[in-house]
Write a protein that binds this ligand. Structure first.
Ligand code: ZN
Ligand code: MN
Length: 176
């Protein structure tokens, strides 16, 4: 093999290694974030003198990792193999506890089962009427909506929510 080809191969190898380490460090960052969110929430529970059981911690970890707004039943199904003695009621009670403390939001839509969202940032939801998926929608333009409402009509705002209904990108592709 001539030197030039060896050089090219060495260069390509280096490039692949750099890319792989970049992906790995990105993954580490995301995992560190998730870990911080779990630790932070556990501290909030401790501050309220709430006992941290392995089941409680597992539900919390599941919520932090989930990005699909699971129902209580979905969480129960996912964790029941690891905690065979855990009941659906335990999951419900924990979710309502987390909601009360404030790091989980309960999302109710019509008469469907409640979905739960681990969040600390105001955002909205786009709901697919075909598959029921609930996607996050961040829209900073609406950040001052509560202040504006107060200024315009003297309202003391407690909270607000917004949903956008339609067909998600995945369902649109499947239709074609
Ligand atoms: Zn869909
Ligand atoms: Mn959400």
């Amino acid at each position: 093999m001539c030197n030039q080809i060896i050089e090219i191969i060495e260069f390509a190898e280096k490039f692949v290694i750099i890319r792989a380490s970049k992906v790995a460090s990105q993954r580490k960052r995301v995992m560190k974030m998730a870990h911080l969110m779990v630790t932070d929430s556990l501290n909030k529970l401790r501050n309220e003198n709430i006992r941290i059981t392995p089941q409680r911690e597992a539900i919390l970890e599941f919520m932090v990792a989930a990005d699909n707004h699971p129902t209580a039943d979905e969480i129960y199904q996912a964790l029941s193999a690891e905690f065979p003695s855990m009941s659906a009621a335990t999951v419900y009670n924990n979710l309502h506890l987390f909601t009360k403390i404030g790091f989980v939001k309960e999302l109710t839509y019509g008469d469907g089962a409640s979905r739960f969202d681990f969040t600390n940032t105001q955002h909205y939801h786009a709901i697919c009427e075909k598959c029921g998926a609930v996607q996050d929608l961040y829209y900073p333009v609406l950040d001052d909506l509560e202040d504006v409402t107060h200024d315009l009509i003297g309202f003391e705002v407690l909270h607000h929510r917004m949903e956008v209904y339609g067909v998600c990108a995945d369902c649109l592709v499947q239709k074609k």
